[in-house]
Design a protein around this ligand. Structure first.
Ligand code: ADP
Ligand code: MG
Length: 564
């Protein structure tokens, strides 16, 4: 019959479980954060589905999360009255990993526990972290739209298999019971569990409840009563005044919504009033997610409407080039039944998107100015994505241009540390252009023969080697009135920078090599447009240039490679 079956975990799950147990052991209490986070997500989902189907609430509208322990059975249980899981959902959600970036994650693992712990963190630890402290996990769940007799019991020892059994459950929702491993008795204490919950789950907007305890003289111990009490603040973090929120609370909130294991790099929290009313709490992660370059990858922020969760990954609320930003936007104007289609066309959404982009840019400007080390860390992870903004966001192009960082011939190797303002500040007397060289790698760009004359003259040149650079520069023609020019293009007007002797030398050379130039022209025929004597080269005998108004060789190669 269908009533009970045993299934194998997907191979990746087995690998993840193994890694989890071995690399996250020193931070084992995070399992509680993950289970409470899932319970909170499940309640959010129910609240959202109940907008259209109020029957799902079955008269029980007080959504909450409960944490219990049983010292005799050595179990800890986290339960919720949220959306619940069907049998099929239990099998697929608790037996496989369907997250984007899974392939990248597994390909990056090193076998070094410490490094892998970091990677797992970025990937998201989730439900499977239960097995760090438990040698058996039982999930009892009834979906909000299922009959009492149609509940599911999922059980596993985290080795390679799990079982699913059809059972009865009186009320909707999920309870996850951890059978603790030998030596994990610390968690069989109300004091300990409360301490962990306050640390990790204070920002959860639903009440997290535990049974009240009282001092019992006879037993001279704390004894549980039958009364539930709320142990967290239980109001949505972003609705609290900034001054009431500690850095730790912001950090924990970030980990909850971003499924990240690491603290965020920075955040910005604002209530916006006026034409459109909304609250935004936006975070910059420390690390690029696995799926940053995946077109299908997750992006966007969580959307709430008047504190009701509406959707994850609302990509319409931020421009594409800020896809690394995580956070929450809570709108007072959008309808509760807003769909992705409506979001695409809504004027309110456009206002929010523009406002949010400005806030993120301000946050970046603040980092760049006041915390250059943090900004450098940001740039290393996300600089290439931010560059897309020069083309994508015409309205903020100038602000983004100031945030760009480049490697230059006067910088520290390939490190992208110089701003355009730094460059302009170092320009030579008489120099009125910003020079750059571009190629598919830093090594190729920085060894370009075109650089010889610039080196000789001590002129700084930006060294570009990111894929997005040429495309970006087609939108960024000048900066503070200085044109950006490729040094690989013809007609470079270096004359103003030449001294008298050089000018004389140039005229003489042109005269002297006239016959050679003529012979080269005949020999090369149609292959070239022109042959000229140049003062650009110092050590190399010759180089190829393109006309000022033509595509640069690097871009040409990129277009050819793309089949254009
Ligand atoms: P994530 O939360 O990042 O999706 P998890 O590993 O924490 O990943 O959880 C996996 C999935 O299991 C969730 O996406 C959800 O579908 C399901 N799940 C876990 N806990 C619950 C719960 N308490 N109620 C309903 N579904 C749950
Ligand atoms: Mg989770």
């Amino acid at each position: 019959t269908l009533s009970s079956e045993t299934l194998g975990f997907q191979a990746e799950v087995k690998q993840l479980l193994h890694l989890m147990i071995h690399s996250l052991y020193s931070n084992k209490e995070i399992f509680l954060r993950e289970l409470v986070s899932n319970a909170s997500d499940a309640c959010d989902k129910l609240r959202f589905e109940a907008i259209d189907q109020p029957d799902l609430m079955q008269g029980d509208t007080d959504l909450r999360i409960r944490v219990e322990f049983d010292a005799d059975k050595r179990t800890v249980t986290v339960s919720d009255n949220g959306i619940g899981l069907s049998r099929e959902e239990a099998i697929s959600n608790l037996g496989t990993i369907a997250r984007s970036g899974t392939k990248e994650f597994f390909s990056k693992l090193t076998g070094d526990n410490k490094k892998d712990a970091n990677l797992i963190g970025q990937f998201g630890v989730g439900f499977y972290s239960s097995f760090i402290v438990a040698d058996k996990v039982s999930v009892l769940s009834r979906r909000a739209d299922a009959e009492a007799t149609d509940a599911v019991l999922w059980e596993s020892d985290g080795q390679g298999e799990f079982s699913v059994t059809q059972v009865e459950k009186a009320d909707r929702g999920t309870s996850v019971t951890l059978h603790l491993r030998e030596g994990e008795d610390d968690f069989l204490s109300g004091w300990k569990l409360r301490e962990v919950l306050r640390r990790y789950s204070d920002h959860i907007s639903l009440p997290v409840q535990m049974l009240k305890e009282e001092w019992n003289e006879e037993k001279s111990a704390q004894v549980k009563t039958t009364e539930w009490e709320t142990v967290n603040q239980a109001n949505a973090l972003w609705t609290r005044p900034k001054s009431d929120i500690t850095d730790e609370q912001y950090q924990e909130f970030y980990k909850h919504i971003a499924h990240d294991y690491d603290d965020p790099l920075a955040w910005t929290h604002n209530r916006v009033e006026g034409r459109s009313e909304y609250t935004q709490l936006l975070f910059l992660p420390k690390h690029a997610p696995m799926d940053l370059w995946d077109r299908e990858g997750k992006r966007g922020v969580k959307l709430y409407v008047k504190r009701v969760f509406i959707m994850d990954d609302a990509e319409q609320l931020l421009p594409m080039y800020l896809r690394f930003v995580r956070g929450v936007i809570d709108s007072a104007d959008l309808p509760l039944n807003v769909s992705r289609e409506i979001l695409q066309e809504s004027r309110d959404v456009r206002v929010i998107r523009e406002g949010s982009a400005k806030r993120v840019l301000s946050l970046l400007e603040d980092l760049a100015e006041n915390k250059p080390e943090q900004y450098a860390a940001f740039w290393e992870q996300f600089g290439q994505v931010l560059k897309e903004g020069v083309g994508e966001d015409a309205a903020n192009k100038d602000r983004i241009a100031k945030l760009l960082r480049f490697a230059t011939t006067q910088g520290e190797g390939a490190a992208q540390t110089a701003s355009l303002a730094d460059y302009v500040g170092r320009m030579k007397e008489g120099q009125d252009k910003i020079y750059y060289v571009s190629a598919e790698s830093y090594a190729a760009a920085s060894n370009s023969p075109h650089l010889e004359i610039f080196r000789k003259k001590g002129l700084e040149v930006l060294v570009l080697s990111d894929r997005v650079d040429e495309w970006m520069l087609s939108f960024l023609r000048d900066f503070e009135g200085k044109t950006l020019v490729s040094i690989a293009k013809g007609g470079l007007d270096l004359d103003q920078l030449a001294d008298e002797e050089e000018k004389k030398h140039q005229t003489e050379a042109a005269e002297k090599f006239k016959p050679l130039v003529e012979r080269l022209k005949t020999a090369l025929g149609d292959k070239v447009k022109d042959v000229r004597v140049t003062v650009r080269l110092v050590d190399s005998p010759a180089c190829v240039v393109v006309d000022a108004n033509e595509l640069s060789p690097h871009l040409l190669r990129m277009l050819q490679a793309a089949g254009q």
